[in-house]
Design a protein around this ligand. Structure first.
Ligand SMILES: NC(=O)c1ccc[n+]([C@@H]2O[C@H](COP(=O)([O-])OP(=O)(O)OC[C@H]3O[C@@H](n4cnc5c(N)ncnc54)[C@H](OP(=O)(O)O)[C@@H]3O)[C@@H](O)[C@H]2O)c1
Length: 343
């Protein structure tokens, strides 16, 4: 028998993509329910060829729901995920609310699938930050081969990472530039049209931003606590697709050719890297795609055993919706949903 899936935040950037991915991958659900805030109650969202009427979170009864894909922000998740989990659904949450909770597994299926077994402590599983997801997919196979000591990463993050308001702001500001209308930043700290902003989420006491801290903490939790990582996270005027310039220092020697061969075979990775023909991937080309694309693999001669890479992925897919649906598939394929029900 198929399952009952609820998507909370179904009218948002990630929620809409979740519905798309569930449909595309023919997830075996008997019923898919779209849920958002009271503002959206009664509106419609697409699910394949059908439309679903949006229901309001506060009025919805989650008993009988097997999996809840949650993408309505941290505040909503803090309040609602435990309630939904108590009603019996496994919550797969996209916000940062639960990622560092030791009783909540933080999962990227290509990297740490086995950790999913710990979900039953709270009945909640966390999805990582979009920038972390694509980073660890690319690093894991290289770490297995040559052990990573240190990572230096600069991100180039698209506005869709800041929700639908972020996309609207880039669109409206870009139009305003052409007609010489005044520009007033609302969602972003500064003008985003024809600009870049080295500031995502709030500043921490040590001068880094919370987005940068998340990449450090989440990489350690998912991949290896011994890896040292420093990040600079930058918002760029791109609608969809996050890019990352990454420098990696390994314990063991590894050549660019070997790294390319390893990544070609690695789950979730696609290597597009031919300097002779100037072949590499940009975020525009990866929008709507599932893979984590890796280009510009080369030696970093400034350290022993160093490599530099360029990694690009669709932040709404691998960075959010696809990863969440892959976690749901993992639960199902390992019989963990059935086990919980039988217990
Ligand atoms: N975008 C990304 O690349 C990305 C990646 C990883 C994780 N995430 C995380 O995923 C979450 C959603 O992001 P997004 O980009 O989809 O944001 P978004 O486009 O702004 O959508 C937010 C969604 O949350 C719903 N919502 C807001 N308040 C609610 C409430 N009180 N009760 C029920 N639903 C409520 C909204 O419903 P209404 O339309 O009714 O307001 C909407 O469906 C965030 O936690 C974000 O950090 C995003």
């Amino acid at each position: 028998m198929g399952m009952k899936i609820a998507v909370v935040g179904a009218t948002g950037n990630v929620g809409r993509e979740m519905l798309e991915v569930l449909h595309e991958r023919a997830f075996p659900a008997d019923e898919v329910v779209a849920i958002a805030s009271r503002r959206s109650q009664g509106t419609e969202v697409s699910f394949g060829d059908r439309t679903l009427k949006v229901q309001a979170l506060e009025n919805y009864d989650f008993s009988g729901t097997d999996i809840c894909l949650m993408s309505a922000g941290g505040v909503v998740s803090k309040e609602w995920s435990p309630k939904i989990a108590r009603a019996g659904a496994v919550v797969i949450d996209n916000s940062s609310a639960w990622r560092t909770d030791p009783d909540v597994p933080l999962i990227v299926p290509e990297v740490n699938a086995d950790a999913v077994e710990g979900f039953s402590k709270k009945n909640i599983i966390a999805n990582p930050n979009c920038s972390t997801a694509q980073l660890v997919v690319a690093l894991k196979p290289l770490h297995d081969r040559a052990k990573i000591k240190r990572v230096v990463v600069a991100t180039y993050q698209s506005v869709s990472g800041a929700g639908k308001e972020g996309m609207d702001e880039l669109f409206n500001q870009t139009k305003a530039v052409y007609v010489a209308d005044p520009i007033e930043p609302k969602k972003f700290q500064k003008r985003i049209a024809f600009n870049v902003i080295p500031h995502i989420d709030v500043f921490m006491e040590d001068g880094s931003t919370k987005e940068e801290w998340k990449m450090v903490a989440e990489t350690k939790k998912i991949l290896d606590p011994k890896i040292k990582l420093v990040a600079t996270c930058v918002r760029v005027p791109v609608f969809v697709g996050h890019s990352e310039a990454i420098n990696v220092e390994f314990e063991d020697e590894i050549s660019p050719e070997e790294a390319r061969d390893i990544l070609r075979e690695a789950p979730g990775c696609l290597v597009v890297d031919n300097p002779a023909e100037a072949t590499y991937v940009t975020p525009y080309e990866c929008a709507g795609e599932d893979a984590t694309y890796i280009s510009r693999i080369r030696s970093d001669p400034t350290v022993d055993n160093g490599l530099s890479l360029w990694v690009v992925a669709d932040n709404l897919r691998k960075g959010a919706a696809l990863n969440a649906v892959q976690i749901a598939e993992l639960l199902m394929n390992r019989g963990l949903i059935g086990k919980k029900k039988a217990a």
